[in-house]
Write a protein of this length. Structure first.
Length: 158
């Protein structure tokens, strides 16, 4: 796993969104209870030498282990990733899907972390790539990194 906090040469990206407040509630539209589309993300302080962007969205509060909801790489360098984007290459999330799968906790509030990487190259990875292998592949190629954490909760009556 890539240890971003230990790589002192990495600059910080600023990740914001017009629909997500830091540690605020994720609107239903971007969850399994709504349209289940990826939210827009705004990125500032992208290094000039950036060749591609990548996004990983995880739920560190999942009961088994950190759960991957979204894994996309080779996004074009831009200051905004649009809502419901179909750009880039999608790896396999922990739902065994090749696309964004929004928050859908069985109960309680969970944290959802949108991690954005500015990379010095594009990657020719298999579409079967999972988060662990992706993080190994980008190690040494991360120019800058940032994240945005938001919350979503629900109570499902079983």
């Amino acid at each position: 796993m890539i240890q971003i906090d230990k790589l002192t040469a990495i600059k910080n990206l600023s990740i914001t969104s017009r629909v997500l407040e830091p540690d605020g509630e994720i609107p239903k539209k971007y969850t399994c209870d709504g349209l289940n589309v990826s939210p827009p993300l705004d990125i500032a302080f992208i290094p000039q030498q950036t060749v591609s962007l990548a996004v990983v969205m995880v739920d560190p509060d999942a009961p088994i282990s950190t759960w991957t909801h979204w894994l996309v790489w080779n996004l074009p360098v831009a200051h905004q990733i649009r809502e419901n984007t179909y750009l880039g290459k999608n790896g396999i999330n922990d739902f065994s899907k090749h696309f964004y799968c929004g928050p859908c906790p069985m109960s309680g509030h969970h944290h959802y972390v949108f991690k954005v990487y500015a990379l010095d190259k594009t990657f020719q990875l298999s579409l079967k790539t999972k988060r662990y292998d992706f993080e190994k592949a980008i190690s040494g190629h991360v120019l800058a990194y940032g994240e945005l954490t938001a919350l979503y909760g629900r109570k499902v009556n079983l």
